[in-house]
Design a protein around this ligand. Structure first.
Ligand code: GLN
Length: 492
């Protein structure tokens, strides 16, 4: 059936791509439809930049390729990018006043790979400043509202991405995950998101936070859509990202539909301890029971250093951030203070004005743990424990194929709910940090609702390069359940 103009936003990426290929709808019509929704939803805070001219020009080019039979796999599908990816045709701020109005001379590799697959860029999405945060409240451009309850956070740092996908303002979005920033907002907004193995997606053009942890990934409504997008996003980029893995781009849809009969799902005791809220526990338990009904076997496992992932991450990530952010000096990029006395004062004023509180806090922690006299006690220790955390996963994967647990200890909290207590945010990262520190792929899929009818996500973690298996495990669950089709009350 030909979609009417009004229900285009209910189509998944897979459905939309096939409608476009069949020429039942044009890329221009599709772009106009989503642009109208994005403009109408200004109050959500999800979008930081829209440029109808640019988007429509890309859509016209997509229509020409669709007409000439040279279309890419995702030709004409609109995707919006987290503002941490630099883009030539849109402003790129990374959620920071430091980069307000900044225009990059090039596109991030992830952005250009998606464009090569035919994706039309819908705009740029709000995020925590330099991706530091768990609630999107550290953005210099204001918070984002969770479409399930506008008084609550959508999660962070990819809060704009998650909220926009959940409210159907875009069929899909890109996100980045350093310590949970794809998985946690996906969970809070009831959508699906995957962070691939470290090195799968190029970091070129992703404004750097913590380079040994940062990874790009897709956020969409279904695992199938994530698989389609991830296939376009990944692949080696040796000339531009020295940590990009030398593994060929893969078709991550290829295992979708394989039986999961006999799949061994490891259930780490440490993910189900005291700090886990009852509503989240109940939804995740029910999802595990559903997996058993699909033929999977639950295997009790232990990830004994789970708790240590918090201090380890909050030493390593700020250490790397303090180094990465030294480039924002008022000379090379973005903001420069207007009033200063000499060069040092210019640096000081520029950084005092341009960075927000959380970013300054991380720079201070980072420079402290790297400083002479403290390096061994903090940074070096953290690196050693990071290795042990990675080893714990390898022990676990001797007994199981994938690991399942909650994404976050609670459902989305109220905007402003953590007040001025950064530690409350840090502690809520406990279940996403271990996979990040180990460089493992992890994803979140919606598995129910908790208190206040807020979405609950379940996390699946796989061994290195096992994205196809993870995506299939999520896909099989989504074939058997309909949590991923639930619609939030707030829609444009
Ligand atoms: N919440 C974590 C932090 O604030 C993770 C952020 C991320 O993954 N970018 O650092």
């Amino acid at each position: 059936m030909t979609p009417t103009h009004t229900d285009l936003h209910d189509l998944t990426v897979a459905e939309l791509a096939s409608q476009l290929r069949a020429r039942k709808v044009s890329a221009v019509e599709t772009a106009q439809h989503f642009l109208a929704r994005a403009h109408a939803a200004k109050d959500s805070g999800a979008f930081l930049d829209l440029s109808d001219d640019v988007t429509l020009a890309q859509a016209r080019a997509a229509d020409a390729r669709l007409a000439s039979g040279t279309a890419g796999a995702l030709e004409g599908v609109p995707v919006a990018h987290k503002d941490i990816f630099v883009t030539r045709d849109f402003v790129s701020t990374a959620g920071s006043k430091m980069l307000a109005g900044y225009r990059s001379p090039f596109d991030a590799t992830v952005v250009s790979r998606l464009a090569d697959a035919g994706v039309v860029t819908l705009g740029k999405l709000n995020c925590d400043e330099f991706a530091m945060g768990s609630a999107n409240e550290n953005s210099a451009f204001g918070p984002v509202k969770n479409p399930w309850d506008v008084t609550r956070t959508p999660g962070g740092s990819s809060g704009g991405s998650a909220a926009a996908v959940a409210a159907r303002l875009t069929p899909a979005a890109t996100g980045t995950d350093t310590g949970g920033s794809i998985r946690q907002p996906a969970s809070f907004c009831g959508i699906t998101g995957i962070k691939p193995t470290y090195g799968r997606a190029s970091r070129y053009g992703m404004v750097a936070f913590a380079s040994s942890l940062d990874q790009a990934g897709p956020m969409a409504r279904t695992a199938q859509d994530c698989a389609l997008l991830l296939s376009a996003m990944c692949g080696p980029d040796p000339d531009r990202d020295s940590t990009s893995l030398d593994v060929p781009a893969e078709d991550f849809t290829r295992q979708l539909g394989d039986s999961i009969d006999g799949l061994r799902i490891g259930v780490p005791a440490e993910f189900f301890g005291e700090g886990l809220a009852d509503d989240v526990r109940a939804a995740v338990d029910a999802a595990l029971a559903q997996y058993q009904a699909l033929g999977a076997k639950l295997v009790p496992i232990s990830l004994p250093r789970t708790e240590l992932s918090i201090p380890v991450y909050y030493i390593i990530a700020p250490a790397e951030a303090s180094s990465n952010l030294s480039r924002f000096d008022g000379v090379k990029f973005g903001h420069r203070a207007h009033h200063y006395t000499d060069l040092n004062d210019m640096y000081r004023q520029t950084r005092a004005e341009g960075f927000g509180d959380e970013v300054k806090r991380r720079i201070m922690i980072g420079t402290y743990v790297l400083s002479h006299g403290y390096y061994d006690a903090y940074y070096l220790q953290a690196q050693k424990i990071r290795r042990m955390i990675a080893d714990d996963f390898q022990q676990a994967f001797k007994q199981c194929d994938v690991i399942a647990g909650p994404v976050a200890p609670t459902v989305a909290w109220a905007l402003g709910g953590h007040g001025n207590d950064p530690l409350a945010d840090y502690l809520a990262d406990i279940f996403t940090l271990p996979a990040s520190l180990a460089g493992l792929p992890g994803m979140s899929l919606p598995v129910g609702f908790g208190a206040g009818h807020m979405p609950v996500g379940m996390q699946l973690i796989g061994n290195h390069l096992s994205e196809s298996r993870l995506l299939n495990a999520a896909h099989c669950f989504q074939q058997a359940t309909d949590w991923h089709t639930a619609q939030p009350p707030v829609r444009a």
